[in-house]
Design a protein around this ligand. Structure first.
Ligand SMILES: Cc1cc2nc3c(=O)[nH]c(=O)nc-3n(C[C@H](O)[C@H](O)[C@H](O)COP(=O)(O)OP(=O)(O)OC[C@H]3O[C@@H](n4cnc5c(N)ncnc54)[C@H](O)[C@@H]3O)c2cc1C
Length: 430
């Protein structure tokens, strides 16, 4: 049976980033996941700290400057486990990883991009694809927002009106196109279908023709984040050349095309570095003996199959990812290893009255308690298993809407775990 250096459970940002770093450092790595995780739901940008205090309406301009205050305010947040330096390393390593894999992410810890959201609100984010960064609302260039009648959940007039009403200094206009998005005859296309359409010259030419006259009155043109998947760079370059002005993408509701591009890039980087990826299989249990994980077991068509490694990384997400499970009786569990979970068992305390609450939703804070090495804890200080680490949203305190720290947790914890596993591997070679 193959013995891996590290097995990562989960193929969201946390799991794939950790796996790529480890595989690139020479480790034999396997990733097993039920599915792609929140990458297909989220915007594709990496939020590190968007608002502080969480109920402030003023976005954070410089996350690095506000981090100390945030860490003091949120002692249970996973950033406090890894520290500011590791967060910075995580950002740098992530940028290097994805840009070497053919994407073009931009940003650093000392500034947030102010991107228009699919509602026309300001979304402060630390790293974003170049195609989104060109929509930054900190500059005063006017923008034409383009939508498609057949695309669901993206309303250009609403976005433009909201931008204008916030008096950000950016004038926005809108146009909604009656162009048919070629999908098997169905109405109500999703961004994925639109992205496939944008990969075709003929479709792009129709769009250019339909908006060319109106676009001349604006400095830049914003589209739903659906400007191609594999042919993204070609699609953007063609539109910019023909429209003779910068073109940018605005995140829309799922499925997320920038998230899909990120997944494809991370997957390609992992495979290139010699890693292995199994998508569509669930890890159902693991064995802990003498303070170490000795194996985990994966569902296959006919039986449970053992998977063995020196290190195991649990990157199964929170409630959204399936890493934390809550039932109708108020039981909250971690389903693979049955790790101790920090949670409130009174279901009446799980949700705030307001859907969008400045205090976030308590249920998203439920997760596995870990020490500063990101090992799950039994009680306050004893690691459950010395070769098990937790990454990303499965960690207690990861509520990401409060302060907007979602993917920041994923990349920071990926960096922390990579550093530990690689330094242990180096020691064992000495
Ligand atoms: C709708 C939405 C929008 C968001 N927007 C943003 C945003 O714009 N910016 C931002 O920074 N953050 C955003 N976030 C938050 C961010 O996406 C998440 O916090 C982050 O992606 C979590 O990554 P993760 O890798 O920890 O978990 P996930 O992405 O949830 O991945 C969990 C992985 O574990 C796998 N898994 C779970 N259980 C098992 C099992 N038993 N066996 C095998 N595999 C298993 C899943 O299949 C999946 O692959 C958003 C989240 C949501 C839900």
């Amino acid at each position: 049976m193959t013995r891996y250096d590290t097995v990562v459970i989960g193929a969201g940002t946390a799991g794939l980033t950790t796996a790529c770093h480890l595989a690139q450092s020479g480790q034999k790595v396997l990733v097993v996941a039920k599915g792609i995780g929140a990458l297909l739901l989220a915007s594709g940008s990496i939020d590190v700290l968007g608002f502080h205090p969480a109920d402030s309406l003023t976005p954070v301009k410089n996350p690095a400057e506000k981090l100390d205050d945030f860490l003091a305010d949120r002692p249970d947040h996973p950033y406090n486990l890894v520290g500011k330096e590791t967060l910075k390393t995580g950002i740098d390593q992530f940028l290097q990883l994805v840009n070497q894999a053919g994407l073009d992410y931009q940003g650093d810890l000392n500034r947030n991009w102010m991107l228009p959201s699919g509602m026309g609100a300001v979304h402060p984010t630390c790293l974003a694809p170049a195609s989104m960064v060109k929509g930054d609302l900190s500059t005063d260039e006017s923008m034409l927002i383009v939508g498609f009648n057949e695309l669901r959940d993206f309303f250009p007039a609403l976005i433009a009106q909201n931008i204008n009403e916030q008096k950000l200094g950016v004038e926005a206009g809108s146009i909604s196109l009656e162009i048919n998005i070629p999908i098997a005859g169905a109405m109500n296309a999703t961004p994925i279908e639109l992205a496939h359409a944008f990969e075709q010259d003929a479709f792009r030419n129709q769009v250019i023709k339909a908006i060319a006259a109106q676009a001349k009155s604006y400095d830049r043109v914003g589209f739903p984040a659906a400007l191609g998947i594999k042919q993204h760079a070609t699609a953007v370059a063609h539109l910019e050349k023909q429209l003779n002005r910068p073109v940018f993408e605005i995140s829309s509701l799922p499925p997320s095309v920038p998230g899909r591009r990120l997944y494809e890039a991370l997957k390609a980087a992992l495979l290139k570095a010699g890693g292995r990826l199994i998508i569509g299989s669930q890890i159902v249990e693991g064995t802990i003996e003498n303070g170490r994980i000795t194996q985990i077991r994966m569902e296959t068509a006919s039986r449970l199959k053992a998977v063995i490694a020196n290190h195991y990384v649990l990157a199964t997400g929170g409630i959204f990812g399936g890493g934390i499970f809550a039932d109708a009786e108020g039981m909250v569990t971690e389903p693979i290893f049955n790790l101790p979970v920090a949670a409130d068992t009174n279901r009446h305390h799980w949700f705030e009255k307001k859907f969008i609450s400045p205090t976030g939703q308590p249920v998203f804070n439920f997760g596995v308690k870990a020490n500063s090495r990101l090992q799950p804890l039994n009680g306050d200080s004893q690691p459950v298993a010395e070769n098990l680490y937790v990454a990303g949203a499965v960690i207690a305190g990861s509520e990401w809407t409060r302060g907007r720290t979602g993917e920041g947790i994923a990349v920071a914890t990926a960096a922390a775990i990579t550093a530990q596993i690689t330094s242990q591997a180096a020691k064992s070679l000495r």
